[in-house]
Design a protein around this ligand. Structure first.
Ligand SMILES: Cc1cc2nc3c(=O)[nH]c(=O)nc-3n(C[C@H](O)[C@H](O)[C@H](O)COP(=O)(O)O)c2cc1C
Length: 139
């Protein structure tokens, strides 16, 4: 059974809601999801997982959260190899440019990004369903 890490940062809970839905989607598709706040994830265990869902909202000025998530991303982006990765997060002020930048950075690092998902503000039922579908793509 595919062991999949869902690793996220969330300030006000919107990306956390998405992360929980991603976990549901993985588990319903037959995978085994493990959920981590980024500050709790031990990078030394990266090799233990077959796929990854990474979540971070738009912060700064169309950027990843700079204190915890950006350093995590910078440290790990060369390490995913050909394992499947999805990127997700919530935004509110603009139109999702941070995700385009994140995706381009992932592509440049050779990350196997199978899909991305952005949701405006707090996910509604449709947003949560989309996050479940996203998670299932990793299984
Ligand atoms: C410091 C700060 C910076 C933000 N920068 C952006 C931004 O550049 N673009 C945007 O669309 N939303 C921005 N937002 C809005 C958040 O992305 C939005 O509130 C999101 O839902 C927060 O997700 P979370 O609940 O997972 O923390 C910012 C919010 C904060 C607090």
């Amino acid at each position: 059974m595919a062991k999949i890490a869902v690793i996220y940062w969330s300030g006000t809970g919107n990306t956390e809601t998405m992360a929980n839905a991603v976990v549901e989607g993985i588990n319903e598709a037959g995978g085994t999801a493990e959920l981590f706040q980024v500050s709790d994830f031990d990078k030394a265990t990266l090799g233990d997982y077959e796929a990854f869902a990474l979540g971070c909202p738009a912060m700064g000025s169309e950027e990843l959260e700079y204190d915890e998530f950006q350093p995590f991303w910078d440290d790990t982006k060369e390490l995913y190899g050909d394992r499947k990765v999805v990127l997700f997060g919530s935004y509110e002020w603009a139109d999702g440019e941070w995700m385009e930048t994140w995706r381009a950075d992932a592509d440049a690092a050779g990350v196997n990004v199978v899909d991305t998902l952005i949701v405006y503000d707090a996910p509604d039922a449709e947003g949560e369903a989309s996050a479940q579908v996203l998670g299932a793509k990793l299984v």
